[in-house]
Design a protein around this ligand. Structure first.
Ligand SMILES: Nc1ncnc2c1ncn2[C@@H]1O[C@H](COP(=O)(O)OP(=O)(O)OP(=O)(O)O)[C@@H](O)[C@H]1O
Ligand SMILES: [Mg+2]
Length: 261
């Protein structure tokens, strides 16, 4: 019986991964080795995702899923390999540079809303690196137009928000910078079931209507794979299995090892 490590025997190569991305590839990771300090967590990792596509990373605890997002954003030590946006290398840009010049935003998974600040103040915090604050205000206004749940509470302290509304505020705060790529770590974590579908619907709308590219880590593998166009299974810092979200949902190895089937 295959275990999590045996599936690495059939690991897909870059050509196979590339086929899962329709059209123009927006974000590319090529043979990336990265980690923390001197410790290498990701080994020779490739990833391809197109504009307005979504990719979900699943896999066991400690596999390196969050480390992939950290590496794209610029929180890790990169030992070798490249990260590119539209073919332009961005491997060594700082997180602030990535947010500003190439539009990569990271949505924090922990409770990062400031409870005593108003919803509006929290939202504007997302534009702190924007030199042009009127642009941040315009974008905040657009977000209030779009999300009534936030608009109704814009002058109230964020602590009055429900769990789902708080997650919406965390997502919206990243949108103030008008990023093209959203890195989302465990959007469903800590949420009551009734809010989980709301958050996934918001992300789907951002992908489809606003053409955001979404790279997500999701502990709830079934939900994540139902959401995403592409799924990668990460084991020990390597891509072990990859396919469309649907293919992975129906893959017997994935079912047995990661979906509790
Ligand atoms: N800031 C850090 N400094 C040092 N080591 C870290 C740091 N963050 C993560 N690690 C280590 O890197 C490895 C991969 O961690 P990572 O958080 O990427 O896993 P994950 O797949 O996201 O797991 P989980 O499902 O538990 O969130 C783990 O062994 C972890 O201990
Ligand atoms: Mg993680």
């Amino acid at each position: 019986m295959a275990d999590q490590y045996e599936v690495l025997g059939k690991a897909p190569g870059p050509e196979e991964l590339k086929k899962l991305s329709s059209g123009n590839i927006h974000l590319t990771i090529k043979k990336l080795s990265a980690g923390y300090g001197k410790m290498e967590i990701l080994h020779d990792l490739d990833l391809f995702v197109s504009k307005a596509q979504s990719l979900c990373l699943i896999g066991p605890n400690g596999a390196g899923k969050s480390t992939i997002l950290h590496s794209i954003y610029g929180f890790t030590n990169i030992f070798s390999g490249q990260i590119e946006i539209d073919g332009k290398e961005i491997t060594n840009l700082t997180p602030a540079e990535k947010l500003k010049s190439v539009g990569i935003a990271y949505i924090l998974q922990d409770n990062s809303v400031f409870p005593d600040m108003t919803v509006e103040e929290n939202l504007l915090m997302g534009g702190y690196t924007k030199e042009n604050t009127s642009e941040a205000h315009e974008e905040a206004e657009r977000i209030f137009q779009k999300y009534e749940r936030l608009r109704k509470r814009r002058h109230q302290p964020a602590k009055v928000l429900s769990g789902g509304e708080r997650r919406l505020l965390e997502i919206s705060r990243a949108l103030v910078m008008k990023p093209s790529v959203l890195l989302v770590d465990e959007p469903s974590i800590g949420l009551e079931p009734r809010y989980i579908s709301m958050v996934f619907e918001i992300l789907k709308d951002l992908q489809q209507t606003e053409k955001k590219t979404i790279i997500m880590v999701e502990q709830n593998a079934k939900k994540g794979l139902e959401f995403a166009d592409i799924g990668y299974v990460l084991v020990s810092g390597q891509i072990a299995i990859a396919g469309s979200g649907n293919d992975l949902l129906n893959n017997p190895d994935v079912g047995r090892l990661f979906l509790g089937g």
